[in-house]
Design a binder for this molecule. Structure first.
Ligand code: ACO
Length: 188
């Protein structure tokens, strides 16, 4: 078999190399990173790794979205720098979708946010959507509209009004005024 996409918690010998791979892209303390990786389980959050001939080539994490039970959030998608542009990112994402279909049957939508890799995800069928919160509350630096599901804002839900869904919008950092992330989704 040329490659394998498997849950990290079933192959814990790749914990260290996963930590190193993610930290080459997003630096964080090894202790915090390893603790987060060790949280992987058959229930979300689940870390998936891409192996080729027992070498770690890629990593991603599937996290729960408390306000959207049928959705999960894919994050920390990373392919080893030397192996980029060879189709492995596509393989990892498509295998992650298949993993959700087979093992997390309550899921029907995958969400993500990205700053700069929109083209990659568009090629895989992801489309832009309204921002979602995976924490259940809005961060201090983001626009004060809390979208809990694609198309309905918190205030609309609380008032019981049926209001048309707003168009996709970027999250704006109120300190810098810069557009920070694009939210995308794909029905699986
Ligand atoms: N913009 C447009 N198209 C792209 C981009 C991009 N930034 N990156 C890849 N593509 C295209 C490729 O050209 C290819 O197209 P083709 O099928 O027509 O030939 C297709 O997408 C698949 O590309 P892969 O070779 O599979 O991509 P790769 O293995 O390089 O992985 C990844 C892409 C994961 C984004 C990699 O570049 C990486 O690790 N980047 C650094 C970390 C990062 O930014 N991760 C994403 C964070 S966002 C998140 O985690 C949700």
């Amino acid at each position: 078999m040329e490659y394998l996409v498997v849950p990290l918690h079933r192959h814990p010998k790749y914990l260290r190399s996963s930590c190193d791979l993610i930290n080459t892209e997003w630096k964080r303390s090894d202790t915090a990173r390893l603790r987060s990786l060790e949280a992987s389980s058959d229930e979300l959050p689940t870390s998936l790794i891409l192996l080729k001939e027992n070498l770690l080539l890629g990593y991603l994490k599937l996290s729960p979205i408390p306000s959207i039970p049928g959705g999960c959030f894919v994050e920390s998608v990373v392919i080893d720098k030397k192996e980029r542009g060879k189709g492995y990112g596509r393989i990892l994402m498509l295998e992650a979708e298949e993993y959700c279909r087979l093992n997390l049957k309550h899921l029907n939508v995958i969400y993500l946010s990205t700053k700069g890799q929109e083209g990659f995800y568009r090629k895989l069928g992801y489309t832009e959507c309204t921002p979602i919160s995976i924490y259940g509350s809005c961060g201090a630096n983001t626009l004060k509209t809390h979208f809990t599901s694609a198309g309905r804002s918190e205030s609309n839900i609380n008032s019981g009004l049926t209001v048309p869904a707003p168009p996709p919008m970027p999250v704006i950092n109120l300190d810098s005024g810069t557009v920070s992330k694009t939210y995308m989704r794909k029905v699986i």
